[in-house]
Design a protein. Structure first.
Length: 277
């Protein structure tokens, strides 16, 4: 389900909330008092600006006597969500960014992943998941990559560690396709990518990932991620420090031309390996 479609469903949730509230002759403030949130929050729920917590949806059903409608709708929307809660905000910000800088130390960034690569990564992290679950996650990742067709105004500037290239995710054929996809984007000047080689030794963000986003009318942000958790940083001093570390990382990386040559060479090696198996 596309982000736009999901937003429409949340707007429907809010419209129904307003309709039932008004039928019950309750103001936003009156309903808010009964479900232990402010009237302003109720207004934001109705406009689909803010999404309620499950316990609030349950209390709304109880107050408005809607036979569990809002709880069921809430669960459906959340259960269908393709992005973890801690990452959803990043997905919303990506299309608004004027520049995006990604560093990945182990996997290809989501914006660059092919379908086969994304599937292999998703299955590895969810070995008991249904095909429907896997398909939804992969589709969500591919939809994010649509922003590269027009691209941020000032470009997408990812940096990969060489470990990303050498990790045989999905097998040789999948890796060959993935690296050829990256090389194609580089040759078309859709992205400006660099690789930190093994020979560079220690570097900033070792074993971690980071995403920096700049905006036309808002302060820049930095996003970091751990096991089942992520943090979106917007404190100017903190983001500035992360950006400085990213600059150090860029200084240790190969030039874009050298990086492209390395990626094309690795793709050819994977392609030859795939043809002999």
């Amino acid at each position: 389900m596309a982000n736009a479609s999901r937003q429409v469903l949340w707007e429907y949730w809010g419209t129904e909330l307003k309709r039932h509230r008004e039928n019950a002759a309750l103001t936003q403030e009156m309903l808010g008092e009964k479900v232990f949130v402010s009237g302003g929050y109720i207004g934001q729920f109705e406009q689909a600006i803010r999404r309620p917590q499950l316990d609030v949806a349950i209390r709304i059903d109880q107050v408005l006597q809607t036979d569990g409608f809002f709880e069921r709708a809430w669960r459906k929307l959340i259960d269908d969500q393709r992005y973890a809660d801690y990452f959803a905000k990043v997905v919303q910000l990506e299309p608004l960014a004027t520049r995006i800088c990604d560093f990945e130390s182990m996997v290809v960034p989501g914006l660059l992943q092919t379908g086969a690569y994304a599937r292999a990564i998703t299955v590895a992290a969810n070995p008991f998941a249904t095909d429907e679950f896997i398909d939804e996650k992969v589709q969500g990742r591919l939809e994010r990559a649509e922003i590269l067709k027009t691209g941020p105004v000032d470009g997408y500037w990812p940096i990969l560690h060489e470990a990303v290239i050498r990790m045989p995710v999905g097998g040789p054929a999948v890796m060959a396709e993935q690296l050829e996809h990256i090389a194609r984007l580089m040759r078309k000047r859709k992205i400006l990518l660099q690789v930190v080689p093994f020979s560079a030794g220690p570097c900033p963000f070792m074993g971690r990932m980071v995403t920096l986003m700049e905006f036309e009318d808002a302060p820049p942000t930095a996003y970091t991620e751990g096991a089942r958790s992520g943090t979106l940083l917007d404190d100017p001093a903190t983001v500035k420090r992360v950006a400085e570390e990213y600059d150090l990382l860029r200084a240790t990386a190969l030039s874009p031309e050298e990086s492209l040559a390395l990626i094309e060479s690795a793709a050819e090696e994977y392609r030859q390996c795939a043809s002999t198996t």
